[in-house]
Ligand binder design. Structure first.
Ligand SMILES: [Zn+2]
Length: 79
């Protein structure tokens, strides 16, 4: 059974920065000091290897960075 995406939420490209209301962003992934390091979120109760990779949205105006999982990644603006 596929998870349903919340249909009432705006796409992330339509949602302004919560700090400065900017609308221009740089999208990316998290990286560490080694090329393959990534940050993940792992809900309580799950074990190593479970969880979701975090993606980043950096505001081009104020530099605020927000983290999203693919689960809530609406960057493509599906309708
Ligand atoms: Zn901003």
């Amino acid at each position: 059974m596929a998870e349903e995406k919340p249909k009432s939420l705006p796409t992330l490209r339509e949602a302004p920065c919560p700090i400065c209301s900017g609308m221009k962003f740089t999208w990316g992934i998290t990286v560490g000091q080694s090329p393959n390091q990534r940050l993940y979120t792992r809900p309580d109760g799950l074990s190593w290897g479970e969880g979701r990779e975090l993606r980043t949205r950096e505001c081009n105006t104020c530099g605020n960075v927000q983290l999203f999982t693919v689960r809530y990644d609406r960057t493509e603006g599906q309708s």
